[in-house]
Design a protein around this ligand. Structure first.
Ligand SMILES: *Cc1c(COP(=O)(O)O)cnc(C)c1O
Length: 258
């Protein structure tokens, strides 16, 4: 079996409201990850699931924790910081996966375990300064715009080598690999092209200077397209709606059009 040519972004995702609901949505996502990995001849253990809890209130996140989740991705720093404080009684890891302004670097340095949307040196420098002050380090992914859409954050692919070569000066940043958002389309082949580009950028960097890309992980794939991303080498899928349920607001709300 191969993946569908048509991706469904309009799928009706069940809104999980009980621990049992979460057990079943999580199990289903893990099952699909395993199926996609197998199809690609990969070991499912190579693929991390990062549950994305943006817009989900803490009452429901607590149910997801009871169902076994311990890390969450959030795209807004303020929301992530607030939730980390509301749920400080739980032992959770928070990943910031959305665009960061350098004046918010201070907050990220305080609570985040990971930052996946690094795309400017100014932000790298601000994070490094704050992390030094906190006496800690941070796992980071460099975000690349693989869809050539104006509205997406992340750097153009041609800027990546120069950017990566500047990161070793920031000793508190542990580069884990690359992150991307594919083109928002139901055409699986257009989406696949974005994932293939990220992977080839990773491979070229490894050949040129493996020290610049750490373990060379690839964070790519969301609820609508993670099976395709896994076929193209993803090592971290960021899945929100397929675990928590459909969000009320359209994606354009989170990724401004221009
Ligand atoms: C919201 C979000 C996701 C998850 O999207 P879903 O459709 O809920 O799976 C992944 N990555 C980023 C950067 C996001 O903002």
């Amino acid at each position: 079996m191969s993946s569908p040519d048509e991706l469904s972004h309009a799928a009706q995702f069940l809104t999980a409201r009980t621990v049992e609901d979460f057990r079943s949505t999580i199990a289903e996502v893990k099952r699909r990850i395993a199926v996609a990995a197998e199809r690609a001849g990969r070991d499912p253990a190579e693929i991390e699931l990062l549950p994305v809890s943006k817009t989900v209130p803490q009452e429901r996140i607590r149910l997801a924790v009871e169902a076994g989740l311990t890390r969450f991705g959030e795209n807004k720093v303020q929301e992530a910081h607030r939730k980390s404080e509301e749920m400080a009684d739980l032992d959770l890891d928070w990943a910031v996966i959305g665009h960061l302004q350098s004046n918010k670097a201070k907050d990220v340095a305080k609570f985040a375990a990971e930052f996946q949307a690094l795309d400017r040196i100014k932000v790298a420098a601000a994070l490094d300064r704050r992390l030094q002050a906190e006496g800690r380090s941070l796992d980071v992914y460099v975000q690349v715009n693989t869809s050539a859409e104006e509205s997406k954050f992340g750097m153009p692919p041609e800027d990546l080598p120069g950017f990566l070569s500047q990161l070793p000066q920031f000793e508190t940043l542990n580069v884990q690999g690359l992150m991307t958002l594919a083109v928002f389309s139901t055409d699986a082949e257009r989406v696949r092209t974005c994932f293939q580009l990220l992977r080839s950028l990773r491979d070229r960097t490894r050949e040129a200077d493996p020290d610049l890309i750490g373990p060379g992980k690839l964070s790519m794939g969301m609820s609508g397209d993670y099976a395709v991303a896994i076929e193209e080498g993803s090592t971290c899928v960021r899945v929100g709606q397929a675990i928590f349920g459909e969000r009320a607001l359209p994606d354009s709300h989170y990724w401004p059009e221009s």
